[in-house]
Design a binder for this molecule. Structure first.
Ligand SMILES: Nc1ncnc2c1ncn2[C@@H]1O[C@H](COP(=O)(O)OP(=O)(O)O)[C@@H](O)[C@H]1O
Ligand SMILES: [Mg+2]
Length: 239
């Protein structure tokens, strides 16, 4: 994924696919959308977890922009905030985080109450993470979470889970085990190879179906160095 905007306080989080659909970065998200569609002819990939090695790799940014790109193609899309320790989606969409997945999982709200249609983007529903709970892993591992994943899979064409990092806590692995596929975001030049491979091992131990890797933060002038600056493969052994 390109390094697609200049640093600046006002651009801390950016919905480029919505705000600037003609930008090169937006095209990259549309290509990602297309590649995900063709990844698996035999196995319908509707629920997708976006995870990475650590915080700040771009999971939330990529989840949000991918969800918008999917919604723009006419699919009914849900975007779910699953990084319960570092909720960010509400900032990207300009909402308050008072209600969300944690409120739902603790029985303090119903699914209908926490689903918020995006004001900016048609066909896109948001389930924010909600207030930070004391026991994120326990909530994600609950039977209620499994039921929600199943319900959303029925109700939408695509469900994108903006996940926690895969190293240090088990939160991402818990979700990876329950979705159709997982995309691992690697922040270009910041993640050593052995750490990336360890993340892949952790996902495989959780029986995740690794759809591929998104290399994030590649400068446009560096792209010629990568035959594919992000790539996908159906065989996790080759990742
Ligand atoms: N390709 C990119 N180019 C420029 N900035 C990016 C890119 N990807 C992510 N960022 C920025 O990096 C920061 C962390 O991104 P975020 O999506 O919140 O990461 P994570 O969810 O993995 O913690 C944000 O300020 C985001 O805007
Ligand atoms: Mg995040």
């Amino acid at each position: 994924m390109h390094k697609f905007w200049r640093n600046g306080a006002d651009q801390e989080h950016h919905l480029i696919v919505h705000g600037d659909p003609k930008a090169v970065g937006s095209e990259a998200f549309r290509t990602l959308r297309t590649n995900l569609r063709f990844i698996s002819p035999d196995h319908q990939v509707k629920t997708i977890l976006i995870t990475s090695v650590g915080p700040g790799d771009g999971k939330s940014t990529i989840s949000a922009n991918l969800a918008v790109a999917l919604a723009q193609s006419g699919q009914r899309v849900a975007l779910v905030g699953c990084d319960l320790r570092k909720p960010v989606l509400h900032k990207i969409f300009g909402l308050s985080n008072t209600m969300g997945l944690t409120t739902l999982l603790t029985g303090n709200a119903t699914l209908d109450e926490v689903v918020r249609p995006s004001k900016q983007v048609q066909n896109l529903d948001l389930i924010l993470a909600g207030p930070v709970p004391p026991n994120p892993s326990e909530l994600l591992q609950s039977r209620a979470m499994a039921t929600i994943i199943g319900t959303l899979r029925e109700d939408y064409d695509a469900v994108i889970f903006d996940g926690a990092p895969v190293i240090a806590v088990t939160d991402a692995a818990i979700i990876a085990n329950q979705v159709d596929g997982t995309v691992l975001v690697i922040r270009s030049k910041q993640v050593p190879r052995d750490v990336a491979l360890h993340a892949k091992d952790l996902l495989e131990q959780a029986n995740a179906r690794l759809l591929g890797v998104v290399l994030n933060g590649v400068l446009p002038q560096e792209q010629k160095n990568y035959q594919y600056y992000y790539y996908y493969q159906d065989n996790a052994e080759r990742a």
